[in-house]
Design a protein around this ligand. Sequence first.
Ligand code: AMP
Length: 378
Amino acid sequence: MHVLVLGSGQLARMMSLAGAPLNIAITAFDVTSGNVVHPLTQAVVGHGLEQAIEQADVITAEFEHIPHDVLAVCERSGKFLPSTQAIKAGGDRRVEKALLDNAGVRNAKYAVINSRADFDAAIEKIGIPMVLKSALGGYDGKGQWRLKQAADADAIWAEMAQCIAASDNQAIVAEQFVPFDREVSLVGARGSNGEIAVYPLAENVHVNGVLSLSTAIDAPQLQEQAKQMFSAVADSLDYVGVLALEFFDVQGELLVNEIAPRVHNSGHWTQQGAETCQFENHLRAVCGLPLGSTKLIRETAMINILGEDTLPTQLLAMEGCHIHWYGKEKRPGRKMGHINVTADYSGELQRKLCELAAVLDADAFPAVQEVARQIQPQ
Ligand code: AMP
């Protein structure tokens, strides 16, 4: 099988690594340069999108911010999975919110803002504090504002008005501020026959809006809620592939924050911690193959490596410590790789996180330091 991935970043790279044992070959379309590239070497391997589409058995995507003309060409080929509708729901918060409402899935109260009058009406409807997010193009906490007091409305409106004017079809989605206890996510796959297999929930720690630490957890009640919401969303889209739902946990009740119609950063732990990793399961699903078991085989946590291109080599000597670099050029804050840490039981995982906290740079890995402090208060 030959799968063409729209996007040539680390997710396409990890799909390529996971597909090789099943003889599934990946080429990637770099949406920015317009080149068809090898997902591991980034070497140009093709002559344009049209030919790549023709040569592929299946087309899928590693991200949701794909130009609509590219999506349209792929859709016309009849080979694109999950679907244009799913990708648009992941890339436009208005579509996402409407989808969640239609699927009957709980999410934060919201309003769409196109004008100052809409903003005032949203403040009236939702109340303060409020989180404001650009409808298009926002990810990892980018394109967001927090309205904490009425006096800040004018200043925030000035920035939002600029954002709306800067691109076509842009708007702001205002959301009620959710006083959550923690953030969790559910990654799962839906096969072409409608079968669904979800992984255990992951608990996620974000720093400045970017995922920093993700740990697979055993939370049966939450898991059941999350699975129901996952099925409602996936079935409503007739989804095929891996899908991620991010939630706020508010005293044991889950609210969806956002959906990602693709393999997800909070599912990277599955490379070492699950029977079949999310990348392989995505490929199995889009290639029409049976899904692999999503069973947890080891306690696992994933630590993102942000803006760093070296780590102490002693990490490689630690049992259960697995480093995954993405082969990217170093830039401040950029996702450069991740570390999966595994253990036989949760106490051992905590001990290993403390060991890691002692050797990792405290400024570069604040979430690990924080977890270590909670486990071993000074
Ligand atoms: P997002 O890009 O929507 O995932 O938002 C980035 C981060 O901002 C989330 O991971 C949350 O920590 C926080 N956040 C987003 N929306 C809300 C909300 N409605 N209430 C409270 N915190 C939020």
